[in-house]
Design a protein around this ligand. Structure first.
Ligand SMILES: *Cc1c(COP(=O)(O)O)cnc(C)c1O
Length: 486
């Protein structure tokens, strides 16, 4: 790496060097101090970097090479499906008719966009087994909150105002208790049993007249299918509560099982996970929510519907919880998901599930001799290992994650779910080849051997990255603001 690749853009700056050229001025020069009130004028010149066009290209190209994304390498995050985003999605999202419409255009002039939204809703209804879907929420957590607000409105419409509690398993994704709190509920935790599934006895104990809903992921965040789901639904429904399905990662059940058939009343999906929208820094998300019949009146408005041959936005929804996102939601991501569903077809979606589950089980079995396997049973789309054995040798799961960086991998999720000691949570997804899975397993196996023979190399990792081991929290807690003086 060249020295300039490490430099900050401010360090590359040389007074008077420019990366632009403007035509000669053909209008009179204006003194801004005559236009702006004094209080709004800068006391000192802005300290902007001055670099040539080539310098700035090299600077950003060097930075981009330090990024890790699904397009640059394997990214096995558990509970956060990071799969390939097919490029045909991008082509379709850029069609003029989709990319250049204005959200305030008259409905009659955006019939194609409304048709796509309506059709996407229909596909998601079919995939989830629900009765109606809204595309408004902008992310998974936003979908959770929207779903819970509908459940709240439902109970209130029945005069049932004592239901203040939402039950979540101890293995739940962190957004579940957070959304329940933001929606005004109190969270109650239900324990997992020794098989990693919700403990039915404990569920019976916590369910009661104050239960608004149970929030569940199935398969759960340990990658295990909650095989008692029908009984759980009976327990919760029997007490008058609703069942909420966190379908952020639907990779394990797509075209095989449906939340609606398992007894769930509300489900959210992450189109930026299962349905191949770009994820995280790659773009805005979309977290559609599906509901069963009795919750339809509470859906956010407007609802995209069809009247005769025309697609319309229906605002006449007196019981609606209201709008949760302006305009059409994150329309571009919906176009990508629609493209994905249509290009895969029903057989393709079924294959997704089969390969996602096969890949996870293959890796779990290859790694099981070298790491502890807390739940020794078939997994679905993801699985958890425990670094307990390595911890006894003085190597923590955090060290293993850091060492993976030296092999060029983004580490998997670690220390989550909380009910597994020294947890390592891996989701390979269906889009990776056997060669990629094997190469990652080889690296994990080598690290397990290093932990026994040469623990320092793991404890002091990473060795080959631009910066060494970073403080995990200081950057977030104490950001350095270069322009504080402004
Ligand atoms: C990612 C995820 C969420 C949250 O989705 P966001 O789009 O990040 O808000 C919720 N639940 C589970 C299980 C997830 O994996």
């Amino acid at each position: 790496m060249h020295k300039e690749d490490q430099a900050l853009i401010f360090e590359l700056s040389k007074r008077g060097r420019v990366g632009y050229s403007l035509p000669e001025m053909d209008v009179p020069e204006v003194d801004v101090s005559e236009l702006l009130p004094e209080g709004y004028l800068r006391a000192e010149e802005a300290e902007l970097p001055e670099v040539s066009e080539l310098d700035i290209m090299r600077h950003y190209t060097a930075l981009s090479k330090r990024n890790h994304g699904v397009d640059s390498g394997f990214y096995p995050l558990g509970s956060c499906t990071m799969k390939y985003n097919p490029k045909i999605n991008e082509n379709v999202a850029r069609f003029n008719g989709f990319a250049h419409i204005h959200p305030l255009q008259d409905e009659s002039s955006v019939q194609g966009a409304l048709e796509l939204m309506y059709d996407l809703q229909e596909h998601l209804i079919e995939i989830t087994g629900m009765d109606e879907v809204t595309l408004q929420p902008a992310a998974g957590a936003h979908g959770e909150w929207t779903g819970l607000m509908m459940i709240r409105a439902y109970h209130e419409a029945n005069g049932d105002t004592k239901r203040t509690k939402v039950i979540v398993p101890d293995s739940a994704h962190g957004t579940n208790p957070a959304s329940a709190t933001v929606a005004g509920f109190e969270t109650v935790t239900v324990k997992s049993n020794e098989h990693g599934l919700v403990d039915l006895e404990d569920l019976r104990n916590v369910v009661g007249e104050d239960t608004a809903a149970l929030m569940l992921t199935n398969p759960n965040t340990l990658g295990l299918f909650e095989e008692n789901i029908v009984e759980m639904a009976e327990i919760v429904h029997g007490a008058g509560g609703k069942l909420y399905y966190d379908g952020a990662n639907l990779n394990a059940v797509l075209s095989k099982a449906r939340p609606g058939d398992m007894g769930f009343d509300v489900v959210h999906l992450n189109l930026h996970k299962t349905f191949t929208g770009p994820h995280g820094g790659g773009g805005p998300g979309s977290g559609p929510v599906g509901v069963k019949e009795d919750l339809i009146p509470f859906l956010p408005k407007p609802v995209v519907t069809k009247q005769g041959d025309e697609y319309v936005l229906d605002y006449n929804r007196p019981h609606s919880i209201g709008r949760v996102k302006p305009y059409y939601g994150n329309f571009g991501i919906n176009v990508r998901a629609y493209t994905y569903i249509r290009s895969m077809g029903p057989d393709g979606l079924k294959a997704v599930t089969e390969y996602a589950v096969l890949n996870a089980n293959y890796m779990m079995r290859r790694l099981a001799p070298f790491y502890d396997l807390p739940f020794d049973r078939h997994c679905k789309h993801e699985f958890v290992l425990s670094g307990k054995r390595q911890k006894k040798l003085g190597v923590r799961t955090l060290d293993i994650a850091k060492r993976l960086l030296d092999f060029g991998y983004h580490p998997p999720t670690i220390y989550f779910p909380l009910n597994v000691e020294e947890c390592i949570m891996i989701e390979p997804t269906e889009t990776e080849s056997k060669e990629t899975l094997d190469a990652f397993c080889d690296a994990m196996i080598q690290i397990a051997k290093e932990a026994e023979e040469n623990p320092e190399i793991v404890q002091e990792a990473p060795h080959s990255t631009v910066v060494g081991r970073l403080d995990e929290t200081t950057a977030a807690r104490k950001p350095i603001l270069r322009y504080q003086k402004l």
